[in-house]
Design a protein. Structure first.
Length: 242
């Protein structure tokens, strides 16, 4: 049998296979580009649009940052104005309170110097009753006056009582009932005016209706003064004359 000798070149086979793969890749890419071209796609135009979009995005971000900075400035300015208005409003309220207090003091001294009726004698200038911060607790302030022309000393006592309902029964509580018997009577002695102040505490279950005030002069031909004042639920101050 004759011997047949064949040449063997494996690198040629690999080269041919590689060329075939490259040809397939190039062909596929050409088909892809042709498809995009047929569909109206322009890579250069697409790159321009991307660059334009990136530029617009940067501008928008810069604008957002600028608006945020302006917003922060406006908020801070608004806060400063609110604080300034708050301080101004507080100062104005304080000044108004001081003016009101000065007006009340002026009216008080006018009542002593030149009362409306110009008659000499003892007067109940004002009665104030307000909460003292304790449960069922109140602070009373009674101001007694007499005309300045009258230089005689006024002296006597004041009976203070609160009328109301206790467990459905009409009840009158004296000053000793309201102070735990620490105060039995309120005495006064003055030439022109005197302020009588103290604290009272209402018992539990007691519903106050009115405050009763009785001024009893001593050693003078003065008539007693009686006052009945509705309980100051809303108004804390009640001014009364003789």
């Amino acid at each position: 049998m004759p011997l047949v000798v064949k040449s063997h070149h494996p690198w040629k086979t690999r080269l041919v296979a590689l060329l075939i793969v490259l040809a397939l890749i190039m062909g596929s890419w050409s088909i892809f580009e042709y498809g995009r071209f047929s569909a109206g796609y322009d890579s250069h135009e697409a790159n321009q649009l991307k660059a334009q979009w990136a530029a617009n995005n940067t501008k928008q971000q810069d604008l957002i940052d600028q608006l945020r900075a302006e917003k922060a400035i406006l908020e801070r300015d608004s806060q400063i104005k609110r604080e300034a208005y708050g301080e101004l409003d507080g100062t104005l309220r304080q000044l108004q309170a001081e003016i009101l207090e000065l007006k009340e003091e002026l009216a008080f001294y006018r009542g002593i110097v030149s009362p409306r009726d110009a008659a000499r004698g003892l007067r109940v200038q004002s009665v104030k009753l307000e909460s003292n911060g304790h449960p069922k607790g109140y602070r009373y302030k009674i101001i007694l006056t007499q005309v300045l022309k009258n230089d005689k000393v006024a002296y006597g006592r004041v009976n203070l009582a609160v009328e109301g309902m206790l467990r459905g029964i009409s009840t009158r509580l004296s000053i000793s009932d309201l102070t735990g018997k620490s105060v039995k009577e309120i005495n006064y002695r003055f030439t022109y005016f005197q302020s009588l102040e103290g604290d009272i505490t209402l018992p539990e279950g007691f519903q106050p209706l009115r405050l009763r005030l009785q001024v009893l002069p001593w050693g003078r031909h003065e008539d007693e003064i009686l006052r009945s004042i509705n309980w100051p639920i809303k108004e804390k101050t009640t001014n009364v004359g003789k």
